[in-house]
Design a protein around this ligand. Sequence first.
Ligand SMILES: NC(=O)C1=CN([C@@H]2O[C@H](COP(=O)(O)OP(=O)(O)OC[C@H]3O[C@@H](n4cnc5c(N)ncnc54)[C@H](OP(=O)(O)O)[C@@H]3O)[C@@H](O)[C@H]2O)C=CC1
Ligand SMILES: O=C(O)[C@@H]1CCC=N1
Length: 272
Amino acid sequence: MQHRKIAFIGAGNMAKAIIAGLVNGGYPAQLITATSPSMTQDSPLHAQYGIRCSNDNLESARQADVVVLAVKPQMMADVCAPLYQQVNLSGKLILSIAAGISVGRFSQLLGPVDLIRIMPNTPSLIGLGMSGLYAPPQVSAQDREFTACLMQSVGEICWVNEESGINNIIAAAGSAPAYFFLFMEAMQNESERLGFKPETARLLVQQAALGAAQMVVNNPQLDIGTLRQQVTSKGGTTAEALRVFHEQGLSETVASAMQAAIKRANEMEKSL
Ligand SMILES: NC(=O)C1=CN([C@@H]2O[C@H](COP(=O)(O)OP(=O)(O)OC[C@H]3O[C@@H](n4cnc5c(N)ncnc54)[C@H](OP(=O)(O)O)[C@@H]3O)[C@@H](O)[C@H]2O)C=CC1
Ligand SMILES: O=C(O)[C@@H]1CCC=N1
């Protein structure tokens, strides 16, 4: 893939996950800078990945070809104002990973820039990310290709044709690791109540989750429902557990939760 100088503005959970995935996947560390107010030259991110670390957003953005906006959505306006006023952004590619800040809002915050929205998720850290991408029509084929390759180096990607698709990606993938963690936490808690030590309870749950996910990956010809049926003996134990999930409305709960994530993203787009 093409290598460009990248500045991450904001170096929290999501930026760190992408940086780790990139460097571990062979992206040259000397081309990556990360900035945040608490960052120093010898911060752990520098020691761990060999990237440049700084607390100077403007200098980092000036020397970069690609600026990744990776601060909390609520911080975005404050972070963009000095970038707009003091950095020549023309010719640079701007990538935003923020939920709830639209391309239209960015053109208010930064003027007319080449911007692609990315909705990644934290498994990018281990090369198993899932990112949605949206580029407005005027973004060049080279910038689209670069961004696709960048995010493919930390996982799978999915382009959306409409910007509203990014909020659907949030519901289905960006926020989704937390859904699975919640489910696993609940299973671990109940396993502990059954008398397993915490580490054993965790092992039981993590191996079941990992095995189930890997079976989905390894069997693209099988519906996930078929894999479920293969576990579910007639009149057996799984059928009873699934009956409880159905009776207590698991599918409806999942659908409502995903809709709530989309609703929140839409609200953020109106208010930030
Ligand atoms: N977490 C996730 O799973 C996902 C997050 N996102 C998006 O990623 C973005 C970041 O989220 P996340 O990583 O979770 O958030 P974090 O709170 O973990 O990180 C935010 C980062 O921004 C830094 N920051 C704060 N103020 C400034 C500033 N003025 N200039 C530069 N950096 C600043 C913080 O630095 P300091 O610690 O020094 O204050 C911190 O490094 C959000 O917009 C979110 O919507 C998208 C997909 C998934
Ligand atoms: O919770 C959030 O708003 C961000 C976006 C997707 C995951 N985390």
